[in-house]
Ligand binder design. Structure first.
Ligand code: MD5
Ligand code: FE
Length: 208
């Protein structure tokens, strides 16, 4: 099926409710020190509806003038990103099949009405390393295409606790989030829901 040939693996309900709650606590404690920022598209400066922050030595950022990139400092506070929660190192080790640890965890927060347009993740020098994604909070409609800008797409629902592993060819597949389904989870605390948090663990540098 889709999963094994392409390197796309959806681990439905990989994290139980207790693991999700512990992860949310670790994430929100770090977001306190490293607040969500509003990313802007290169050149147009158009603001994205998803809000972001990062954990780990490198974080993904974008703005009008400098575009998409990884950097060591938060674009607003200028501080280093917080460290990765141990649970995310453990998850990466359990599911990624990659020998080196993740260097970046992009944290995406979707409020009601937020979406993420179809795109391919290609800003990492480590272009063969997998990406591991964790969904927390409200469910989302995720749409996965293929390696080219056109062609058919498949819609999937990502629920809280789901983990997606993108390895091999799927690592370069077009994808996006069409919408979230507000009120489908009670995991996130008041102020964060309705809403969805997605964590993506990534290798950025090629290393030696
Ligand atoms: C999300 N995040 O749910 C989505 C999907 C992103 C992003 O797309 O870049 O932050 S996470 C699943 C994902 C990540 C990277 C590659 C692929 C899927 N893929 O090739 O299908 O916030
Ligand atoms: Fe992506």
């Amino acid at each position: 099926m889709l999963q094994s040939e392409t390197g796309f693996r959806l681990l439905k309900g990989h994290l139980d409710r207790a693991a999700q709650a512990a992860l949310v606590e670790a994430v929100l404690a770090r977001v306190d020190r490293s607040p969500l920022f509003t990313p802007a598209m290169p050149r147009t400066g158009r603001k994205m509806s998803v809000r972001m922050t990062n954990f780990g030595p490198l974080g993904w950022v974008t703005d009008k003038d400098r575009g998409y990139r990884y950097q060591a400092a938060h674009p607003v506070t200028g501080e280093a990103w917080p460290n990765l929660p141990q649970a995310l190192f453990d998850l990466w080790e359990a599911v990624s099949g990659w020998p080196d640890p993740p260097e970046a965890c992009l944290v995406n927060w979707y409020g009601p009405g937020a979406r993420l347009g179809q795109h391919i993740d290609a800003d990492e020098d480590a272009k063969f390393a997998p990406v591991v994604s964790v969904s927390l909070g409200d469910s989302a409609k995720f749409r996965l295409g293929g390696p080219t800008p056109k062609g058919p797409t498949t819609s999937l629902t990502l629920d809280s606790g789901d983990v997606v592993v993108l390895a091999g060819p799927a690592r370069r597949f077009r994808h996006g989030v069409d919408r979230i389904y507000p009120g489908t989870s009670t995991l996130l605390p008041p102020g964060w829901r309705p809403g969805r948090i997605n964590l993506t663990l990534r290798r950025v540098t090629k290393g030696q």
